[in-house]
Ligand binder design. Structure first.
Ligand code: 5GP
Length: 120
C-alpha cells in the first residue's frame, strides 16, 4: 500500500522552519532551496508547500493553482539558475524503486556541467 504523508519528513521540517535551508525561491505554493549534498554545480530542490508525497499524489490531489504555481516555478528557477541554454535535468525520484529518500514531493534541478548517463 502507498504510505500516508509523514509530517516528520525533513522537508516538512524545513517548511515549518524547524530546520534551515539555503533558499532560492518562495511563493504561496512553492519553496526551492539548494540541495545539502549537491551532485553538480547547480543542484536545487523545488517542493510544493502542500503535503504531497510524490508527483502522482500531487497530480491527483493538488489544486489547479498549486499545479500551475509549481510547474511554472520549476521553469523560472531553472532559468534564474542559468542552466536553460546549456541544458539540465529534472528528476523526481519516487518511492522504493525510484530510490526516493525524502517522502515529500521534490523535483531536483541539476545542471551546470555535462551530466553523466544515469539510467537505470
Ligand atoms: P531523493 O533521493 O529523496 O530524491 O533526494 C533527497 C535529496 O534531499 C538528496 O539529494 C539530499 O542531498 C537532499 N537533502 C536531504 N536532507 C536535506 C536537508 O536537510 N537539506 C537540504 N537542503 N537537502 C537535503
Amino acid at each position: 500500500a502507498i504510505k500516508a504523508y509523514d509530517p516528520e519528513n525533513i522537508f516538512a521540517k524545513i517548511l515549518r522552519g524547524d530546520i534551515p535551508c539555503n533558499k532560492v525561491f518562495e511563493d504561496d505554493h512553492v519553496l526551492a532551496f539548494h540541495d545539502i549534498a549537491p551532485q553538480a554545480p547547480t543542484h536545487i530542490l523545488v517542493i510544493p508547500k502542500g503535503s504531497y508525497t510524490s508527483y502522482d499524489d500531487f497530480a491527483e490531489n493538488a489544486s489547479d493553482a498549486e499545479i500551475v504555481a509549481y510547474t511554472r516555478a520549476i521553469g523560472k528557477i531553472s532559468a534564474a539558475a542559468g542552466v536553460v541554454e546549456d541544458g539540465y535535468r529534472l528528476i523526481a525520484n519516487t518511492r522504493d524503486h525510484g530510490r526516493q529518500d525524502v517522502p515529500h514531493l521534490h523535483v531536483h534541478i541539476i545542471g551546470g556541467t555535462k551530466l553523466g548517463l544515469m539510467l537505470p
